[in-house]
Structure formats: structure tokens, C-alpha cells
Design a protein. Structure first.
Length: 452
């Protein structure tokens, strides 16, 4: 049932729930894209604790009911807040203040975020009776269950692991309690954003995992209508942001890019333009994004690295010095407009990532969409995003010979053309908004049916 098909006599009534939109990262932007398109087919409302003006602007001419606090909500901060799971308590109290008429909805679609699941604390199970519930867990809270966010950029631990585990013990307990409560509700479902996260839901929460599960397939259930396994619902691209050919805005982004290069932290201090041959990596400088290892993979290749996504000044200084020590020119670029970002990527030898446990892997799809080779570490969501398409390469983290070969192939014109054609076709067939709406509608309708 794609969005262009005729609207049903009784459209699905969906309440979308997300704790906050304040960061306006990829997850928030994709959810807003879903709302814009799905509201043409469903009756959509949104409940959130934080919804900035920029998020409202990204909805465009989409008119939906937005349920949010009358006064701006702010998260409590500080060491005691972390130790006592204070942000969870604050979110629970704020949700209780909102007036939501649940009789207006058939199903709720919860998007993972700090404070999302706390809406369950504001209501009794009786309130949800007969309502479908779908929790799109793009990734379990990584700071609670993994050490990758608790390391410096070079991999050294920020503090002993036992101390990290102690600090977040209460938050883990709260998260487990909320997820378990949701899973026991009749007509509920929990999805990752990839088969990789479906497996993580198994490892962290104990849900069964059928590795043959297709995108958007509902979970198996017991006789009480309770879910017996996790499933997954994949991301999609916003095609307006990734046209196959450069548009006018992109062609006119040269001045912005030049100014960004001049202001970038880099080891080619006098450079005022991008190098002739470079690869791009996306994401804030951190251990989890793996840029430190990307520099190591470039040693001796003659390629420079352009990093886009920001980072702390001290991390940038260390990163540039790391590049200098290996003979790799590094450019830590400031934030770019979408058209300038696309122009920088389009001019690259390749899009590259050594990210640790990437949940899904949207960046290789963005690169494929505009014909740029995607060279990704063969781990996490990257494996499941790319392993069925002959476009780009998946490479073992420390197999430097294979990285060298990948960089060579990415510069071969004939091979680039083959990868571009295959990649664009793959993305067009599998990662459109229609794909997502069809898969999500399949899940939501099954949740509603199972809740009866």
C-alpha cells in the first residue's frame, strides 16, 4: 500500500511518539520525512517533549496535530542525574502533564530516543488496551550497553569500565524495565533498523532473532498476542537531498567549500582548496566513528582525508597530528550546507568509514545514490546494507592490503562506472520512502489486529 494509492475510507490513525527532536540528526530528519509522506495516507499526530522551530519548518506544508509541553522542557544535567537516571524521571513526569486522547488512535509508533519509552510510565496498561504499539529501536542506548562511546578517539578508555558500568547501572535497569513492559503488551512489536540491530535486541534484551526475517515482517506471537521475537524496519533516503546529477545549488557551492577549507583544521596550513585526490568520512570525531583508523588505512596511498561532522578542538588537534605522523593530509571541515556537503562527497575518490558497530549504515547508500564508491568496514549494519550489491567494498578492519586495493579500484574509471550503476539501482529499488511506508504499515496493521 504505497502512499500514492487511494486513501482508504478509514485511514489508519497513528500517534508518532519521540522524546525529543532537539538534536535534529539523521534519525529526527528521517522521522520528519516519514511524517510528511505518511500523513498523505494516514491520520497522523505527533507527541514529543521537545520540538524546535527548525523541526517544524522541516515538516513543510504538512499539517498535523503536535502534542507537546506548553512550556519548553529541559533535561536535568549533572553527575547525580546520571547516577539516579534523573532524565528518565523527568521525562516520565513531563509525559504525565500532556493530555493525549488515546481514543483518537489505532496504533502508536514510538521512535527510539532519550525519554521516548518513558511515556509508558504516564499511563496504565488499560489505556493501551486494544491499541497497537510499535517501538522502532534504531539502536539500543549505546552508552548503556557498549564501551565504544566511553573511549577517547584513539581507543583509550576515558575511565575504568567498572566505573562506567556503575555510573549507568540505574539507567540500564530503567531501560530494561521499560522495554520488557512494552514487549509483554498485547499487540506490541519492537524493530531494529537492520538485521544487525535485530541481533543486538537479542543480545541485550533477550528477544528471539530469526535471521531470515524480511524488512517490515511482523513478529511471531503467542496465543495472548504478545511478541515472541524482534524484527527490523530499515532506513530510507530522502531523494530530494541526493539527486543523481549535481543541481544548481551544488554547482554554486564552490565559495562555501573554499571558505570551509580555509577555516578547517588541517596539516596543510596554507591550503585554500580541497586536494586533488581525497576520501570523505562522515561523523563527529570520536572513537565510535573510526576516523583514527581511516587515517591509518590511508598511509602510503597518496590520498588525503576530508572529515565532515565536527568534533572537539582538542580531538581535531590530535587527529591532524595523527595524520601528520603518518604522512596523510587531514582536513577537519566545519558544518556544511547540504548542497556543499553533496559537492564534497561527489568529488571524492570514495566515501569511507571504519565505524565501530554502525547500527545501519546510511552513508554508503548516500554515496551510491550519487555514484561515489562506498568503502566500509565489514562490521555492524554496513555488512547488511552492502553485502548483496556489487558496488563499493566491505573490508576487514585491519586488512590494510585490501584497503590499499579498494582505494586503487575506487580510482579506476571503468570500475567506478560499474559500481555507480549497480549502486544507484540497488538504492532506488530498496530504500525509497514508499518502501518504508509499505513496510511500516504492514507492521502497524498487524499490531492493531493482534491487540484486539
Amino acid at each position: 500500500m504505497a502512499e500514492e494509492s487511494e486513501t482508504a475510507e478509514t485511514p489508519l490513525r497513528v500517534l508518532i511518539i519521540r522524546g525529543s527532536f532537539n538534536t535534529l540528526g539523521g534519525g529526527e530528519r528521517e522521522l520528519l520525512q516519514l511524517i510528511r509522506h505518511a500523513s498523505k495516507r494516514w491520520q497522523v499526530s505527533l507527541a514529543t517533549l521537545q520540538f524546535p522551530q527548525q523541526a517544524l519548518e522541516l515538516l513543510g506544508d504538512c499539517e498535523i496535530e503536535i502534542i507537546k509541553p506548553k512550556q519548553p522542557f529541559t533535561w536535568p544535567q549533572g553527575a547525580m542525574t546520571e547516577l539516579t537516571a534523573g532524565q528518565s524521571s523527568a521525562a516520565s513526569k513531563e509525559w504525565k502533564k500532556l493530555k493525549i486522547d488515546w481514543s483518537n488512535y489505532d496504533v502508536a509508533h514510538l521512535s527510539v530516543c532519550r525519554g521516548t519509552l518513558e511515556i509508558l510510565n504516564s499511563l496504565s496498561d488499560k489505556t493501551f488496551r486494544g491499541k497497537g504499539l510499535h517501538y522502532h529501536c534504531l539502536e539500543p542506548p549505546r552508552w548503556l550497553y557498549e564501551d565504544v562511546l566511553h573511549r577517547h578517539m584513539d581507543g583509550d578508555l576515558k575511565r575504568p569500565l567498572w566505573l562506567t558500568k556503575l555510573i549507568f547501572a540505574n539507567q540500564r535497569r530503567v531501560d530494561q524495565k521499560l522495554v520488557n513492559r512494552l514487549a509483554k503488551m498485547k499487540g506490541s512489536a519492537i524493530s531494529g533498523n537492520s538485521m544487525w540491530i535485530q541481533k543486538q535486541l537479542r543480545d541485550i534484551y533477550g528477544f528471539a532473532c530469526d535471521e531470515k526475517k524480511m524488512n517490515g515482517s511482523p513478529p511471531r506471537r503467542n496465543s495472548k498476542g504478545q511478541m515472541l521475537e524482534a524484527t527490523h524496519l530499515m532506513h530510507v533516503l530522502d531523494w530530494e537531498l541526493w539527486p543523481q546529477l549535481a543541481d544548481e545549488d551544488e554547482n554554486n557551492a564552490a565559495d562555501e567549500i573554499q571558505q570551509a577549507v580555509i577555516s578547517a583544521q588541517k596539516n596543510s596550513a596554507e591550503a585554500e582548496s580541497l586536494p586533488d585526490k581525497y576520501v570523505v568520512t562522515i561523523g563527529k570525531l570520536s572513537f565510535v566513528k573510526g576516523a583514527w583508523e581511516t587515517v591509518q588505512s590511508l598511509q602510503g596511498t597518496g590520498l588525503s582525508l576530508v572529515q565532515i561532522g565536527g568534533g572537539d578542538k582538542s580531538d581535531k588537534d590530535n587527529f591532524v597530528a595523527h595524520g601528520s605522523s603518518l604522512g596523510v593530509d587531514v582536513y577537519c571541515m566545519p558544518r556544511l550546507s547540504q548542497s556543499a556537503l553533496r559537492a564534497v562527497i561527489r568529488g571524492a575518490v570514495a566515501m569511507v568509514s571504519h565505524a565501530h558497530g554502525e547500527p545501519f549504515g546510511l552513508t554508503p547508500l548516500e554515496a551510491m545514490a550519487i555514484g561515489v564508491p562506498a568503502l566500509m568496514v565489514d562490521e555492524g549494519g554496513f555488512h547488511y546494507t552492502m553485502n548483496t550489491v556489487d558496488s563499493g567494498m566491505l573490508i576487514s578492519r585491519e586488512d590494510y592490503e585490501s584497503w590499499d586495493e579498494a582505494y586503487r579500484l575506487a580510482q579506476d574509471d571503468e570500475n567506478r562506472e560499474l559500481w555507480a550503476v549497480n549502486g544507484r539501482k540497488y538504492v532506488e529499488e530498496n530504500f525509497t520512502i514508499n518502501n518504508q511506508i509499505e513496510a511500516l504499515e504492514n507492521l502497524l496493521l498487524e499490531c492493531v489486529k493482534s491487540a484486539q
